[in-house]
Design a binder for this molecule. Structure first.
Ligand SMILES: Nc1ncnc2c1ncn2[C@@H]1O[C@H](COP(=O)(O)OP(=O)(O)OP(=O)(O)O)[C@@H](O)[C@H]1O
Ligand SMILES: CC(C)(CO)[C@@H](O)C(=O)NCCC(=O)O
Length: 413
């Protein structure tokens, strides 16, 4: 889907022809700020008028009420938290914040309230108030991660997939057999959440060795200027240059008795002990590869251990660390598969980095975009239908591009 010009950090600049933007939601994390907002199709009013009279199914009831169906798109954007001014400018330029404004009777004063989650909803509340006049309505980060994951798994076609040996396979999610699962969100740090139902969850573990560690250490060790460059470097690298393998210790042999092949990493960065080399003697691409492998492996292993603790078979991985990156997903999948002896499965999400922001988005109650309605919407309309359901438009190979949007319909109250 063509979204027009691409703005800062690959963010789409909404076309002028887009209809009104509504329901901006923010997730302000330690590394990145994520935005989700809905825009109506510009042709909405005419089409809606025509269709409302001819097609009663556009009015769907929830409890006592009927809600009209509005077609439009969900948009996604992200900014580095350290460049929060770019984010404020993006919101201002595209007037995204006005969606949250309510005129307060005759007082003529506008009150803009925007749903926000993540630590930055607290840290930057005053800045948003001062620069844009916005009051951030804070939603709990864990609540939002879970709500966002449940929303995606129930409402978005081809959202979850496995990744093994370079093969991506989409997994059809049975809504009635979704719980329990382990949600592992790899942001700056990592949260592991056992999810038992809608709003029913427990954060069972976490680790401080996460995406921030990869990017922070990687930047220091390789002098890379941005995250994607560091990730790109890892493609060309060879981790065996720096990692100490089982074969390095066992004279090229496997340690079969305990199930370790000669190529298994015995000690990440272990070769640097004895190589008599300085940092400059290693290629940045090899450093990046070893670092990515070390962190992904470690997260995969801790995730498996937590899945084992609670007898969970499915582990969904989210967070912007993953970035749809083949080597990262492969490493995590291999770790989960290896430790669980094939019993547990690692699954990835196309909208990996937007769980929190989507959770904040669906927490707007007033436009009826809550989970039970999403549920109804999926039941009412098959995914391929042009009314309702959620269709992803964009790349054919299942990769989410930075400027992609989800075409969808919401119920307005
Ligand atoms: N363009 C980017 N700039 C910086 N980090 C990026 C970028 N793209 C991906 N990342 C990775 O994603 C991580 C941040 O992921 P995410 O946005 O999910 O977490 P966060 O909300 O910022 O962190 P937390 O939830 O711990 O506060 C970074 O630490 C880094 O590893
Ligand atoms: C502190 C949060 C929740 C902020 O998003 C995240 O960075 C995290 O889960 N860190 C790991 C903290 C720990 O459990 O050790």
């Amino acid at each position: 889907m063509d979204l027009g010009n691409v703005g800062i950090l690959g963010n789409p600049v909404p076309k002028r022809s887009h209809g009104a933007v509504s329901h901006l939601a923010l997730d302000i994390g330690g590394s990145l700020i994520k935005l989700v907002y809905f825009s109506r199709n510009s042709e909405y009013s005419m089409k809606d008028k025509e269709e409302k009279s001819s097609n009663e199914s556009l009015l769907v009831s929830s409890g006592e009420k009927n809600y009209p169906l509005i077609e439009g798109s969900l948009h996604f954007a992200k900014f580095e938290t350290s460049k929060i001014n770019d984010c404020l400018e993006f919101i201002q330029r595209n007037q995204l914040h006005l969606s949250g404004c309510e005129r307060l009777g005759d007082t003529a004063s506008d009150k803009c309230i925007i749903k926000a989650t993540g630590g930055g909803a607290y840290k930057f509340a005053d800045l948003f108030k001062e620069k844009l006049g916005i009051c951030l309505d804070k939603e709990d980060e864990m609540d939002c991660l879970v709500a966002g994951a449940n929303f995606l798994l129930k409402a978005v076609h081809q959202e979850a997939f496995t990744y093994m040996d370079g093969q991506k396979e989409f997994v059809q999610i049975d809504h009635h057999d979704l719980y329990p699962y382990l949600l592992v969100n790899i942001g700056s740090g990592v949260s592991m959440i056992k999810v038992d139902g809608d709003g029913k969850f427990e954060r069972v573990s976490g680790t401080n060795v996460g995406g921030g560690t990869f990017w922070g250490l990687g930047r220091l060790l390789t002098k890379c200027k941005n995250f994607d460059e560091l990730l790109e470097l890892s493609h060309q690298g060879n981790n065996r240059v720096i990692d100490m393998l089982v074969g390095d210790i066992y004279g090229g042999m496997d340690y079969t008795k305990i199930g370790l092949t000669s190529t298994t990493i015995a000690s990440s960065f272990g070769k640097a002990i004895s190589d008599n080399k300085e940092l400059e003697d290693y290629k940045p691409e090899d450093i990046s590869r070893s670092l990515l492998r070390m962190i992904s492996n470690n997260i995969g292993q801790i995730s498996y251990l937590n899945a084992l603790r609670f007898g969970l078979k499915r582990i969904f991985f989210g967070g912007f660390f993953i970035r749809g990156h083949a080597y990262t997903m492969d490493t995590i999948s291999v770790a989960v598969n290896f430790w669980s002896k094939g019993d547990a499965k690692a699954l990835f999400l196309r909208h990996e980095g937007f769980l929190g922001a989507l959770g904040a988005f669906v927490s707007y109650e007033k436009h009826g975009f809550n989970d039970s309605m999403v549920h109804q919407l999926v039941h009412q309309s098959p995914i391929s239908s042009s009314h309702g359901g959620y269709k992803i438009h964009g790349s054919q190979n299942g990769e989410l591009k930075d400027n992609e949007s989800i075409e969808c319909s919401v119920y307005a109250s």
